[in-house]
Design a binder for this molecule. Sequence first.
Ligand SMILES: Cc1ncc(COP(=O)(O)O)c(C=O)c1O
Length: 378
Amino acid sequence: MLLLSSPNMGGNELKYVTECITTGWVSSVGAFVNKFEEVTAEFTGASYAVATSSGTTALHTALVMLGVNHNDLVIVPNITFIASVNSIKYTGASPVLIDVNKDDWQMDLDLLEEFLKKETEVRNETCYHIKSGKRIPVIIPVHVLGNMCDMERLMELATQYHLAVLEDSTEALGSFFNGKHAGTFGLMGTFSYNGNKIITTGGGGMIVTNDEALAKRAKHLTTQAKADPFEYFHDETGYNYRLVNVAAAMGVAQMEQLPDFLKRKKEIIAFYKKELEGVGDISFQKVDARVNPNWWMPTIATEKQRIILEALNSNKMQSRPLWIPMNRLPMFKDDIYYQHSDISWFLYERCLSIPCSTNITDDDLRAVSDKIKGCFSK
Ligand SMILES: Cc1ncc(COP(=O)(O)O)c(C=O)c1O
C-alpha cells in the first residue's frame, strides 16, 4: 500500500531512542524533551516552546490558559480536523463555526468580519455575542493543510474585537506568512507530531509562545500543576499532558531532517501541479503571495472526487476525502455556523488528498498522477 503520508525515519531516530532506553530516561523528564523544545523555538522564531503529549492536548492546555469556560464561544473555521473543535468543547465552551474561503480553503475573513460586525458587540474591552450574551474571548485560525489565511488582516480584526489569537498550526510546521512562522502571530500556536504530520514523534505536540508567563504556566499545567519539587502539592487542577523523552528523541532527529522534508514536499506539489493542473476540472488550493506553505498534504478538488478516490484506493494508493465539515457532525450540529453558501460542503464534495509521503519515489508520484489522469480519459 502506498500510504497517504507515512513517517520518514531515515535519520538519527533509532540512535536517540536507543540512548533513552540504555540510560533509562524514557519518561517525561529527560534531555531530549528540553532539546526538542529548544530546536522548535529556534526553527519557528518563537521565544518559548513547551512539548505536549499531542496536538489536541496542546490546544486544550492553551484554551485553559486563556480562561475559556462554559460561558464562552470560540471562533474556529468549519473545515478543520475535529481536534480543533473538540478542544473547545473540553473547556465547556462552544464553537462559532465560520465557513471557509473557496480559494484558499482557510477561514473566510470577509465572513468573519461580517459576523463580528453584525452579531457581536464590544463592552469593557470584551467581545460578546449579542444573541446569546456569551463572551467570545478567543479565535482559533487553523492553518488548513499547511496553507495560511491573510494573517495581517486576521490579527487586525482580532485586535479590534479584543479576541486572543490561538493558532492551530498543527499542520503548518515550516509554513510562513511574510517570512514569519505559523503559530507565532497570536498569543500561542500549537503543533502536532502524530504519524501523518511533516515530522512525527508517533504522537506528540507543542505550544509555542513569546510570553514567558504563558510558557511557564503551560509547563506547569501539563505536569499535573505540581508546585513543590518534593511534596505532592498541586496548586490547581493540572493535566498529565507532557511529552515523554522517547518521543522527544524522535522529534529531535526529525527536526534535523525538516529542511529536507520541506524541500521534498515542494517537489511533490510541483510534480502534481505540473501533471494535473488543467486535467479535466482539477484545481489546487490557492496560496496568497505572502504565504510560503509547507505543502504538508497535497489535495486536489474535482467533480470526479469519488471516482478518483475509488480508483486510487482500489489500486493500493491511499487517498482520502477532506474532513466532513464540523457543522455536519452530530455533536456540533446545534452550534453556530456562519455562512452564505456553505463552501465547506462544496469543498467536502470535491476535495481529496493524494499520496505525499516525504519518502515517496518519483515513480510512485507518476503512478498516482497517471491513475488520476486515467479517470478523465474515459
Ligand atoms: C488541524 C488539526 N488540529 C489538531 C490536530 C490534533 O493533533 P493530534 O492528533 O496530535 O492530537 C490535528 C492533527 O491530527 C490537526 O490536523
